[in-house]
Structure formats: structure tokens, C-alpha cells
Ligand binder design. Structure first.
Ligand SMILES: [Zn+2]
Length: 374
């Protein structure tokens, strides 16, 4: 009965076209379900954030506070779906729609998990934003600022992003790599292709250096992180003609960095590669790498996954950034676990209904494990 309500709720969520930063009344629906939770809402620059919490008994200094984090916004659907992207159509045990995997499925699962909990030695909460797929500036971070001000920051958080690779239960994310964007510019002297000696061709300058840049590993990684690599995303120069050498060149790249390489190390590496060649470099760190070493979180969750799916999950830090980084920055121990991510942001995004129910069961079990962890 509860399970069919969960699926119906997910269908309702998918039917709301909550493309970033639109919230489409979803928070009202959630507050109705978790009616005995207290609400704190923060709205800034069109982004709506919701925090709901409930104390099970008296909240003491050493009580645990576990928070489920997530986002209710989705990316635009694009064309050529086989089912309406905001229809929530169910076919052969699969629900179709934008956000089914990323991450309305996860959100619906943890809301219904919380509904089932009768006892917990502490506080349970959820933190939702309508701006994860956008810039994220006024989302989770703003809400965590507010929680810090109110002395309501959780001890532990689990973000229900779709983390699994092939089947539900195969992967927990225990951290994420950071991200550094780079723009490098070279200047030369433009001229006639027949008189190369009178020109300074920036393409000639960079050509012998490319093998030291393209896919270059800056460290060798470790048990938790793969190597930090320079990935070139764009090189442009010239005027699309064959008789003029260009006056400048622009190279763009990104490094998904482990804690073994930081922005300064990257800057120094590039300076060494270019030696005497003059260049202009702009590096921007858009997120920092983090890792959780919280045994209680990882053990409790792994045990619940094993109980429900009989899998031993891999502990991974792969993939892009997520709002888990904000929890980490506020000193909250955080892991990520959710559905399979094989259709996220894609056409015909869909999720297996049994996975949604199993995910809810994993969360219920996990809350119990965390509660009784010595
Ligand atoms: Zn997501």
C-alpha cells in the first residue's frame, strides 16, 4: 500500500515541470506528506530551498542528526521522447520522465523512508533545493548557511543522487573530485604564410608542447581518486584561411582534480611546460575535492545495501560535482547513494519501479543501522 503511494507520489513529482529554478508547488506536496516535520524555507533570487526536520524524543547534545539531501529541479527535456517527458508514464514496471533518475526517484524514496520511521535516537531531516542543475549559488549552500546560523547543521548527510552504474546497490560515492577550469592564451605576430620568418605563429609555439598537456596526468591518483588529468576542450586560432598565420591562440581545458593536485600545482606545471614562452593563464577552481572517512556512514549504508540487494557496493569518487561538496565544506560527513544513472539528462530518462521501492527500503534500513551504530 505504502509502496503504491510512493510510486504515485513519484509520478506526481515527474508531472511537475520543475526545470531549474522552478519549484512548481512540489514543496507543498512534500510538507503534506511529512506533516509532522518542522519547516524552514529560504528563497533567494528565484531559488526555493526547503529544510524539514523532526526530533524523535528530546534532542540532546550527543543525539545524531541525519539529513537527506537532494534537488527537485530537472534539466530541460529535449525532443523525441517516446513518452511525454513530464507524463510519468508507467510501462512494464518502468516509470518514464525527466528527473526519474536525477533525482526525483531518490527524493520520493527518502521521503517515504522517513514516513516509515517511528523511532530514532535524534533528529532526521531533509534538505531540498530547486537549483542544483543550475549555478547552485542560491541552493544547498544558502540553506546550510541558514542552518549554521540556527545551530541546526546535521552531523551526517546522505545525498540521494543517482550513484549506481549498472544495478541498484553497486556504487556509493564517498567523495568527489574537484574541478579546475583553465583558459590559456598565446600571442604571436600575424603575417603572410609565405614569409613565416616574419611571423610569430602561436600554433608553432604550442605544437611541441601539446603532448605535455593533452590528457596529461598530474598525479597518479590513490586508492580513492583517479589521476588528475588535463583535458583539453577547445583550441582556437586563425581566421579559417590558408594564407595568413594567426596572431593569437586560445586553449581551454578542465582538470578534475584529486587532493593530490591543487590549483597552485597546476599553475606551476604549466609554467614549467611553457618555459620561456610568454602566456596568459586564467585558472578557476569551481569546486574542491573531498572525501568522507566516516566509518559509521559507510558501514551503515553498505550493510543496508547488502541486506536489500545482496551487493557489496563499490566506494567511488568518480563523476561530476554534486551538492555533497557543500555539506562537506560545512563539516558535515556526507555520502551519496541513489538510483542507477544510465539515463540521466538523456532522452527517455526512466527508472525501474522496483528500484525505487528497494531504494526506499535501503534508506529505512540505513536509518536503523545508523541509529544503533556503536
Ligand atoms: Zn542530480
Amino acid at each position: 500500500m505504502q509502496d503504491s503511494k510512493l510510486i504515485y507520489f513519484l509520478q506526481t513529482l515527474i508531472q511537475k515541470e520543475s526545470i531549474t529554478p522552478n519549484e512548481c508547488g512540489i514543496y507543498t506536496l512534500i510538507k503534506e506528506i511529512l506533516y509532522d516535520f518542522k519547516a524552514i524555507e529560504v528563497e533567494k533570487n528565484g531559488v526555493k530551498n526547503l529544510f524539514l526536520y523532526k526530533d524523535f524524543g528530546e534532542f540532546k547534545k550527543d543525539s545524531k542528526h541525519l539529513c537527506f539531501g537532494g534537488h527537485i529541479d530537472v534539466v530541460p527535456s529535449g525532443e523525441d521522447w517516446s513518452h511525454s517527458p513530464f507524463g510519468g508514464v508507467i510501462e512494464n514496471g518502468v516509470i518514464f520522465g525527466r528527473g526519474a533518475q536525477d533525482m526525483k526517484g531518490g527524493v520520493a524514496s527518502f521521503i517515504f523512508a522517513l514516513k516509515e520511521i517511528k523511532n530514532f535516537n535524534g533528529r532526521l531531516s531533509i534538505l531540498l533545493t530547486s537549483d542544483e542543475e543550475g549555478d547552485g549559488i542560491y541552493g544547498t549552500k544558502i540553506m546550510l548557511d541558514e542552518l549554521k546560523r540556527l545551530d541546526l547543521l546535521p552531523d551526517f548527510a546522505i545525498v540521494a543522487e543517482p550513484t549506481c552504474e549498472k544495478i541498484l546497490g553497486d556504487t556509493i560515492k564517498i567523495g568527489r573530485r574537484g574541478s579546475i577550469n583553465g583558459i590559456l592564451k598565446l600571442s604571436g605576430i600575424q603575417g603572410h604564410v609565405a614569409y613565416p620568418d616574419k611571423c610569430l605563429n602561436p600554433i608553432d609555439l604550442i605544437a611541441p608542447l601539446l603532448s605535455y598537456l593533452s590528457s596529461k596526468a598530474l598525479d597518479s591518483g590513490d586508492n580513492n581518486f583517479s589521476a588528475s588529468k588535463i583535458i583539453i576542450t577547445d583550441i582556437r586560432s586563425g581566421m579559417e584561411v590558408v594564407n595568413v598565420t594567426p596572431s593569437d591562440l586560445k586553449l581551454m581545458f578542465n582538470v578534475r582534480n584529486s587532493p593530490l593536485t591543487d590549483k597552485d600545482a597546476l599553475q606551476k606545471y604549466i609554467s614549467d611546460v611553457f618555459g620561456d614562452i610568454k602566456f596568459d593563464l586564467e585558472l578557476k577552481q569551481s569546486s574542491y575535492p573531498f572525501i568522507t572517512d566516516s566509518k559509521i556512514l559507510i558501514d551503515s549504508l553498505s550493510k543496508s545495501i547488502k541486506n536489500t540487494t545482496s551487493l557489496n557496493p563499490n566506494l567511488s569518487t568518480s563523476g561530476g560535482t554534486s551538492d555533497a561538496r557543500y555539506f562537506s565544506a560545512f563539516g558535515v560527513e556526507v555520502v551519496e547513494f541513489g538510483l542507477v544513472n544510465d539515463r540521466i539528462h538523456a532522452i527517455d530518462e526512466c527508472a525501474n519501479l522496483q528500484d525505487i521501492i528497494n531504494l526506499k527500503n535501503i534508506f529505512v534500513d540505513f536509518i536503523g543501522n545508523l541509529d544503533s551504530y556503536e
